[in-house]
Design a protein around this ligand. Structure first.
Ligand SMILES: NC(=O)c1ccc[n+]([C@@H]2O[C@H](COP(=O)([O-])OP(=O)(O)OC[C@H]3O[C@@H](n4cnc5c(N)ncnc54)[C@H](OP(=O)(O)O)[C@@H]3O)[C@@H](O)[C@H]2O)c1
Length: 239
C-alpha cells in the first residue's frame, strides 16, 4: 500500500504495517469513526447484496486493522444479519465489544454464540421493542448487556454517551447505511474511512447512507492506494 497524500504534508511513501497503523490509529479524544467500502459507481454492495463481494484484500486488511485499534464495533442489526456478523475475536490484545443497534430488539443470530477468544456483545434497543425478544437477548448476552435507550426508537446521541461513560472511547461504526445516516443526523460521527474499489456494478444498490438529506462537510486526512483501490480518511468538519 502507498500513501499518496497526507494533510500534514507527509511525502508519498510505501507503507509498512507500523506506518499503516499510525495512519489509522484513533486520536486521543473520544472518536466515533465510520468505515465503509464503495464501488466507483457508488454501490455499497455487490451482486449478492453484501459488501463482502465488492471489497479488496487491501480494504479487508484496513477493516481488520481498524477493528484491532477500536474499543467497540457499532453495527446496525440489518448489517449484522446480512453479513452474518459474529462477535469480534481476539487477534492481539482484547477484542472490541460488538455493539448492535436494533429498534425491534431482534438480536442477530450470529451474535448469540460466544466462541473462545470472542469479545463481549451489547444490544442497544428501545422501550418499544418486544419484551419476549429482549428476554431472549438478555439470556444470550447477560442482563447488563441489553441497553434500552429511547422510547419508540433508539436514541443514538444517548447511546454514544453511554458507551463513552463505560470507558469506550474509540468506536468503529461499520454501518450499515441506515445506522450511518442516523449517526450523521445525530451529529455523533467524527471521522469517515472509505475505500473506493476499482469496480462498477450498475444495478440498484444501497449507497453508504440511507436516510433523510444531510449536509455534512469533511476535511481530508490521508489518501492511500493499493491495486487501484483508494483508501481515505476524512474528519467531520465542525468548524
Ligand atoms: N459498503 C459498506 O461498507 C457496507 C457496510 C455495512 C453494510 N453494508 C450493506 O448494507 C446493507 C444493509 O443496509 P441497512 O441500511 O439495512 O443496514 P443497517 O443500518 O445495519 O440495518 C438497518 C437495521 O438496523 C437497525 N438500525 C439501524 N439504524 C438504527 C437506528 N438509528 N436505531 C435503531 N435501529 C437501527 C434496525 O434494526 P431492526 O430492524 O432490528 O430494528 C434497522 O432495521 C447490507 O446489504 C450490507 O451488506 C454495506
Amino acid at each position: 500500500m502507498r500513501l499518496l497524500w497526507h494533510a500534514d504534508s507527509r511525502p508519498p511513501s510505501d507503507l509498512d504495517e507500523d506506518a499503516l497503523a499510525d495512519l489509522y490509529r484513533f486520536g486521543s479524544g473520544p472518536i466515533l469513526r465510520a468505515n465503509f467500502v464503495s464501488t466507483l459507481d457508488g454501490a455499497g454492495t455487490g451482486p449478492d447484496r453484501r459488501s463482502g463481494s465488492i471489497n479488496t484484500p487491501a480494504d479487508t486488511h484496513v477493516f481488520g486493522l481498524q477493528r484491532r485499534l477500536a474499543d467497540a464495533v457499532l453495527v446496525g442489526a440489518g448489517t449484522a444479519r446480512a453479513e452474518g456478523y459474529r462477535r469480534a475475536t481476539r487477534v492481539d490484545g482484547d477484542p472490541p465489544t460488538m455493539v448492535v443497534v436494533s429498534n425491534s430488539g431482534r438480536l442477530p443470530d450470529g451474535i448469540r454464540d460466544k466462541r473462545d477468544g470472542d469479545g463481549p456483545a451489547v444490544l442497544i434497543t428501545c422501550a418499544a421493542a418486544s419484551g419476549e425478544r429482549l428476554d431472549q437477548a438478555r439470556v444470550a448476552l447477560g442482563e447488563d448487556n441489553v441497553w434500552t435507550i429511547g422510547e419508540t426508537a433508539v436514541d443514538l446521541t444517548a447511546s454514544v454517551a453511554r458507551l463513552r461513560a463505560q470507558g469506550i472511547r474509540r468506536i468503529l461504526a461499520e454501518g450499515g447505511p441506515t445506522l450511518f445516516s442516523g449517526l450523521l443526523g445525530a451529529d455523533v460521527v467524527d471521522e469517515v474511512a472509505l475505500t473506493l474499489v476499482p469496480s462498477l456494478v450498475g444495478g440498484d444498490h444501497t449507497r453508504i447512507t440511507n436516510g433523510p438529506g444531510l449536509g455534512v462537510a469533511l476535511t481530508g486526512r490521508h489518501l492511500c492506494e493499493a491495486d487501484g483501490a483508494l483508501l481515505g480518511l476524512w474528519a467531520v468538519d465542525r468548524s
